[in-house]
Design a protein around this ligand. Structure first.
Ligand SMILES: [Fe+2]
Ligand SMILES: [Fe+2]
Length: 165
């Protein structure tokens, strides 16, 4: 990676992190009743996303949808099997229960992401329509049917949001 690519990559990672942090800040402001502050955090988050996406485009990392599905499948598998797997072991060794739950549930969810990509790759030419429901606790993505209970964290159906964008 040359110096410009490194800088672009750093910009992409930094902007992506900032956007997520600001969205969490916005939710916190919302919970505390600061509507305008929440809006401010959200609009800056959106702007940071534009920066991050632009850096990715300048990096020429955006390929065809078929290639993007394959890359996403690879990355989910890697994250689940390597990164989160190590994190779970680390948190267990340290006795940090909250982190153990977070890492192990995230690992399980990443595996289901990989599965969703794999299915999408095999249906690539016949784009099927489906609705998704997402667990607000662990991020589990249910395809087509709202479950009574989250298969990863056990949250009840009311903790799921219907995802329609
Ligand atoms: Fe994932
Ligand atoms: Fe869940």
């Amino acid at each position: 990676m040359d110096k410009i690519q490194e800088a672009l990559n750093q910009a992409y990672v930094g902007e992506a992190k900032a956007a997520l942090r600001l969205k969490v800040y916005a939710q916190k402001a919302e919970d505390e009743g600061y509507k305008q502050m929440a809006k401010l955090f959200r609009v800056i988050a959106f702007s940071e996303e534009i920066h991050g996406a632009r850096a990715l485009k300048v990096l020429k990392e955006i390929k065809s949808t078929e290639e993007n599905l394959a890359a996403s499948f690879e990355s989910e598998t890697q994250v689940a099997e390597v990164a989160y797997d190590q994190f779970v072991k680390l948190a267990e060794a340290e006795g940090n229960k909250e982190a153990v739950i977070h890492f192990s549930q995230s690992k399980d969810v990443e595996e289901t992401h990989a599965k969703l990509y794999k299915e999408a790759m095999s249906h690539y030419m016949e784009e099927r329509e489906t609705d998704y429901y997402v667990c607000k606790i662990c991020g589990y993505v249910a395809d087509g049917v709202l479950p009574d209970e989250c298969p990863v964290c056990g949250a009840k159906a009311k903790m799921f949001v219907a995802f329609d964008t």
